[in-house]
Design a protein around this ligand. Structure first.
Ligand code: ZN
Length: 349
């Protein structure tokens, strides 16, 4: 009897999340997520570092169900999110919303069963279907960098004399190894419900608007807007620092942020960094985007290569607003390459 009960419990543990089998790479010590309560039933899930999750997710707990916005970097990260979510609610996750196609926001999609609606922009579906997103430089650079990241951590663990720092590095190493294991099981899974401009979900008296406000960080970013709670979930269209520009329309982005400003909200849940209320951050980011576009365009016009433009573009006047991103002249090479590409293919996607 005891053995039967144990087998049953083990079975439930393995199949307990969304009725699906536990993916590889979920091993970690301690909690992987902090669920920061923002408003009644609204949480911002931020990784602790115990597991590689990369982006943030947001959780909306309704009367009878749960909506997850973005699902992290791997099937393992999404599976652990669902597991740890049980600490705040026992209601089922019935809906996932992808703010955009990037790997750190949508590569957990595969852990959700066929009964779960995954909602995203048509462009997000286009990029996730047939593995197109895997061919983009952003993901390729990330995946190709994982073995070196692990080797580097191994060396640092071996060389570290201080016990506490060694233990912290070991946690990082375990997270990196688990992540690599999970990436090997990755099958990009596209949204099964798509939108072009907007869609509204009604759950009890809660209204959940999904809005495409224009091209920005990608060609298909959506924000999730809760008008009653005055919360907006922005993915990477607006983060607490500078967003990656590898698939961006930097010239259109400030205008899209103007559209965002028209919504009545007091709290932003970004795809990276902590939640914030200071709307001046939007102005700072728009000013940065306008300047980076002008600066890189000017260098291109002078015949400078994208590689050199990345070194020479000087945005240091914005460093007080983005101290974690700007230490001196230069921008990420992938950003310069992308701006050149957008200029060269103006008018086309
Ligand atoms: Zn992104």
């Amino acid at each position: 009897m005891a053995r039967f009960a144990l087998a049953l419990i083990t079975g439930l543990a393995l199949f307990g999340v969304a009725g699906l089998q536990q993916p590889a790479g979920t091993g970690h010590a301690g909690k992987a997520f902090r669920f920061n309560k923002v408003k009644e039933g609204v949480y911002h899930a931020v990784g602790t570092g115990a597991l590689t999750v990369v982006g943030n997710s947001s959780i909306i707990v309704n009367d009878n169900d749960v909506i997850v916005v973005d699902d992290h970097v791997s099937p393992a990260a999404a599976w652990v999110l669902l597991d740890e979510l049980k600490a705040i609610t026992n209601k089922p996750v019935r809906t996932v919303i992808n703010t955009h196609f990037h790997y750190d926001h949508a590569h957990g999609n595969q852990v959700f069963g066929p009964d779960v609606e995954i909602i995203g922009h048509e462009f997000t579906r286009e990029m996730l279907i047939g593995g197109k997103s895997l061919q983009m430089p952003l993901y390729k650079n990330y995946r190709d960098g994982l073995p070196a990241q692990i080797e580097n951590l191994k060396k640092r663990v071996a060389a570290e004399p201080d016990a506490a720092r060694k233990a912290a590095l070991q946690t990082q190493l375990q997270a990196a190894e688990s992540n690599k294991e999970s990436q090997e099981e990755l099958k990009p899974t596209p949204p099964n419900v798509t939108l072009q401009t907007r869609m509204t979900l009604h759950r009890g008296d809660r209204e959940i608007q999904i809005r495409f406000l224009g091209r920005a960080h990608t060609a298909g970013d959506v924000v999730v807007y809760l008008p009653k709670e005055k919360v907006v979930i922005t993915g990477d269209m607006l983060t607490s620092g500078l967003s990656n520009m590898s698939d961006a329309f930097v010239n259109e982005w400030p205008g899209t942020l103007d559209e965002l400003k028209k919504l009545d909200f007091d709290t932003v849940l970004p795809g990276h960094g902590d939640a914030f209320t200071d709307k001046a951050k939007i102005d700072y980011f728009q000013a940065y985007l306008r300047d980076v576009w002008t600066e890189v365009s000017r260098l291109k016009q002078q015949g400078v290569s994208a590689e050199d433009a990345a070194k020479r573009a000087d945005l240091t006047k914005h460093k007080d607003h983005f101290p974690n991103n700007i230490q001196g002249p230069g921008i990420p090479p992938i950003a310069a390459t992308r701006i050149y590409e957008v200029i060269d293919t103006a008018g086309r996607r």
